[in-house]
Design a protein around this ligand. Structure first.
Ligand code: GDP
Ligand code: MN
Length: 397
């Protein structure tokens, strides 16, 4: 589950990671109040107004702006709240901004120039260990750094038996060119950051930029935090951070009815039981010259009610030109599934406006095919995998 920058910062702060402080506001007036309160707390006169949406690159899209006084806070907050923010990471329509973070300006002048670094914590799937990825090139697109100057990206792997060790944090601080106060601060920052990652059961932290202020404080200016859904049961307070406005509406609906659905860009909807078969089916669709419009695992009980719900979800997507149902009758009998499909089809009636190909294999597959073929409905039936692929190709033409 992804959360907003301000929520990620709350989690970081609770584990002693220094952050750029801020207060959330939902309208221009709240933003002004937030700025006043922040000035009392921090002494800062300048503020940054930051759009809170689940997408990076907000700065580039005009969603992060500096305000030098309260009048500018009001103007800028008024401008950003309600806008459709388009960034390199959103679709062309952008994302509607419902709230901003009014934050202290941490790029104030001083003895040194502020410096930006990149730091993330994530699982290295190749080794099965967490790692800290970091770079002196902060504030910019890390993908660009990885492409143009890969030698400026460092990694530190963490042994799960010992956790992050102090010498590793010192190595990170050293590689980031720190000395004196900056060095000590960076070690503290890295140790606290890793503790936060482990204790919060996160699957990703990306802090870009980590900032060294002109007076050598190290802090998180930005935060992208993804929490592990499977661990949310032990973090009730984090679970409440979910903002469904930021999620795909159909995916949210699917979750509510217990279906495993992920929307994709293609034109062939698929309904499958079992994640492995779903992956194979998506390959099949590609081979047949289509593109999968979704991943949908209906699970073990493919009864009429579930099949109907699944059809409804898939049909919400205008890009869908055909639907392939691919069910293996192992625990569930094919004839029961076939009956479910026929019933669902009848219930949905005109809502079904694209060709449907059904492939049922396993227990009672022959009875199932008979059931579908004699139903009088416009359903193409198949028994073999290849047969189903050919039918998909046929209807797409
Ligand atoms: P992103 O564009 O979505 O990654 O949002 P960030 O939180 O990383 O902010 C984007 C950029 O805004 C940063 O890289 C900074 O250059 C700038 N920025 C953020 N906070 C401040 C601040 O307090 N003062 C100034 N002057 N610039 C800031
Ligand atoms: Mn950023």
């Amino acid at each position: 589950m992804n959360i907003h920058e301000y929520q990620g910062k709350e989690i970081l702060n609770s584990f002693g990671v220094r952050i750029q402080r801020g207060i959330v506001a939902h309208n221009a007036k709240e933003a002004v109040d937030a700025a006043k309160e922040l000035t009392e707390q921090t002494g800062t006169g300048w503020h940054v107004i930051k759009a809170q949406v689940h997408a990076g690159g907000r700065g580039k899209g005009g969603g992060v702006k500096l305000a030098k006084n309260l009048k500018e806070v009001e103007e800028i907050a008024g401008e950003i709240i309600g806008m459709n923010l388009v960034t390199p990471q959103t679709s062309a329509e952008g994302k509607k901004v419902h709230q901003v973070l009014v934050a202290e300006d941490v790029y104030y002048p001083g003895d040194n120039e502020p410096e930006e670094y990149y730091m993330s914590v994530l699982l290295n799937r190749a080794t099965g260990r967490n790692m800290i990825m970091y770079s002196t090139e902060g504030g910019v697109d890390i993908e660009t750094v990885a492409e143009k100057t890969p030698h400026l990206i460092f990694t530190e792997e963490i042994d799960p038996a010992t956790g992050l060790l102090p010498f590793q944090a010192r190595r990170i601080a050293f590689n980031l060119g720190q000395s004196g106060t900056g060095f000590k601060e960076m070690v503290k920052f890295v140790m606290a950051l890793y503790t936060a990652f482990e204790k919060s059961d996160s699957s990703l932290f990306e802090i870009n930029p980590v900032l060294k202020t002109s007076d050598d404080k190290i802090l998180a200016v930005d935060s992208k935090v993804s929490l592990d859904d499977s661990a949310l049961f032990r973090h009730k307070d984090y679970a409440e951070m979910r903002d469904v406005r930021e999620e795909n509406a159909t995916e949210v609906e699917a979750k509510e009815v217990g279906l495993n659905y992920v929307e994709l860009d293609g034109n062939v909807g698929c309904m499958v039981n079992g994640a492995g078969l779903a992956m194979a089916t998506m390959d099949l669709i590609k081979q047949a010259g289509g593109e999968p419009a979704n991943f949908l695992d209906v699970g073990g009980t493919a009864d009429a009610k579930r099949v109907e719900e699944a059809f409804r979800l898939i049909l919400k997507d205008d890009k869908v030109e055909a639907i392939l149902v691919n069910i293996f009758g192992g625990i569930v009998r094919c004839d029961r599934v076939a009956q479910g499909i026929v019933d669902a089809y009848k219930n949905l009636g005109d809502a079904i406006n694209v060709p449907i190909i059904v492939r049922l294999q396993g227990t009672n597959a022959d009875i199932a095919k008979e059931l579908i073929d004699s139903s009088g409905l416009k359903i193409h039936s198949a028994v073999q995998f290849q047969e189903a692929a050919d039918k998909v190709q046929e209807v797409l033409k």
